[in-house]
Design a protein around this ligand. Structure first.
Ligand SMILES: [Zn+2]
Length: 160
């Protein structure tokens, strides 16, 4: 069940997504334990590596998804990710999902709007991720309520 606290963290995920250099989709993620934030991240290039937006295929190879960045940053600074909740403005592809399972994430909360607006290939990947979450016992929830935020998704600003 989506609570007001959940919507607040989803809103925050949308705010941090604006820091992404990606010119197509800006995704933000927040990691919490017992409603305390232990990490925030957005899709970005690792460390001080170059920002490479084109060609798109090369960008995909080099960029880190927000969901993986938030758990790896939390772990880097000594926060246990076991039993945490991940909020993301768009989540989670199959590649991220398998790592989130291994990082011990217990719940993933994201937006129905971005799920619905995903391209066919991304949706296929997300659905595989959801299937893996179900197999692993990770709770996956889509928020279908307005959270009053703006998000840059598939090349345009949308209201979510
Ligand atoms: Zn991903």
């Amino acid at each position: 069940m989506i609570t007001e606290i959940d919507k607040n963290f989803l809103h925050l995920a949308c705010i941090v997504s604006k820091l992404s250099p990606d010119d197509s989709v800006k995704n933000g993620a927040i990691l919490t334990i017992d409603d305390i934030m232990i990490g925030r991240a957005w899709n970005d290039f690792p460390g001080k590596t170059k920002i490479v937006l084109h060609p798109k295929g090369l960008k995909r190879e080099r960029i880190c998804h927000a969901e993986i960045r938030v758990v790896s940053k939390a772990a880097k600074f000594g926060f246990s990710t076991q039993g945490s909740t991940l909020y993301a403005s768009w989540a989670a592809c199959s590649n991220c999902s398998k790592y989130l399972i291994d990082f011990g994430i217990k719940r993933v909360v994201t937006l129905k709007t971005t799920f619905d607006k995903s391209s066919d290939s991304w949706r296929e990947s997300i659905e595989l991720g959801i299937q893996m979450f179900q197999e692993a016992g990770v709770i996956y929830e889509l928020c279908d309520e307005e959270i009053g935020a703006q998000l840059f998704f598939r090349g345009e600003w949308i209201s979510v």
